[in-house]
Design a binder for this molecule. Structure first.
Ligand SMILES: Cc1cc2nc3c(=O)[nH]c(=O)nc-3n(C[C@H](O)[C@H](O)[C@H](O)COP(=O)(O)OP(=O)(O)OC[C@H]3O[C@@H](n4cnc5c(N)ncnc54)[C@H](O)[C@@H]3O)c2cc1C
Length: 231
């Protein structure tokens, strides 16, 4: 990729602080060695990830670590008929972190990959409180809206809003962008009306973003749309 998929903090503390070079837009095109690894060759790629000829760089190395992305572990749910988000590769939830199976809640890295454990703690507290409410109230006939997204949003959690179960003052949308954006206006729209907005700078896919919407602004009339607009 032309950008790091890791947190800036990690790039600084793990690479810059140790003078370890970071070759963006490069891929490993050759590995050498028989009994053990002896060397690798990397080459530059273009914007379509095609290898650019004559850009070979060789390194004598005995170890190659591949970090090929994190996928939520939802194998425990394999026997259930759960709605899956093709981008997060995990279950679809509403603002209460409830899946399409009543009483089954998901949070943390089994729902979507988080950058920081603090975010997992906050989300899991909300999911736990929602589970208590599920046990306390007569939760039936859930009416849901979708949270749609514009082209700059890679994914958003929750993917649905149970608008007849808006039991907390604010709902929080967590999302990632598809590309690096230097300045943007983040909007939540319903019925083509902006119901929440905020400005943000230096948005990168590696860093999870959030926007909260007061529950009073949400009606049951139409889906919500999360839009990140470059400015
Ligand atoms: C490589 C890496 C480095 C990170 N570094 C940092 C960092 O420096 N700072 C930071 O704030 N965050 C960091 N994070 C992010 C943070 O650690 C994670 O987001 C957080 O640990 C996720 O918490 P979790 O409880 O959702 O999942 P996990 O911590 O993965 O916990 C899930 C637990 O469930 C268990 N489990 C799975 N299936 C079953 C089953 N069937 N029965 C019983 N138990 C089961 C697993 O064994 C595991 O212990 C890092 C994440 C990764 C992957």
């Amino acid at each position: 990729m032309p950008f790091s998929n890791g947190l800036t903090r990690n790039v600084v503390q793990c690479l810059h602080d140790f003078d370890i070079p970071l070759y963006l837009s490069h891929t490993v095109t050759d590995i050498r060695g028989k009994e053990k690894l002896e060397g690798i060759t990397i080459q530059e790629v273009d914007e379509k990830f095609q290898v650019i000829p004559n850009t070979e760089k060789s390194f004598d190395v005995d170890t190659l670590l591949l970090s090929v992305g994190l996928i939520p572990d939802v194998t425990l749910f394999d026997s259930l008929t759960l709605e899956i988000d093709p981008i997060t590769k995990s279950v679809v939830v509403d603002q209460n972190y409830e899946t399409n199976i009543p009483g089954l809640f998901a949070c943390g890295n089994s729902l979507h990959v988080h950058d920081l454990v603090d975010e997992v703690s906050i989300e899991s507290k909300k999911a736990g409180e929602a589970a208590i409410r599920y046990l306390s109230f007569n939760h039936q006939n859930k009416k849901t809206l979708l949270v749609e997204k514009n082209e700059n949003v890679r994914y958003v959690v929750p993917q649905t809003i149970a608008y007849n179960q808006l039991e907390v003052e604010h709902i929080e949308l967590s999302f990632r962008v598809t590309k690096k954006i230097s300045a943007a206006t983040i909007q939540v729209l319903q019925n083509n009306e902006v119901i929440q907005t905020k400005k943000a700078r230096y948005l990168v896919p590696a860093e999870m973003l959030r926007i909260t919407v007061p529950k009073d602004k949400i009606t049951g009339q139409s889906n919500l749309v999360l839009a990140v607009k470059e400015v």
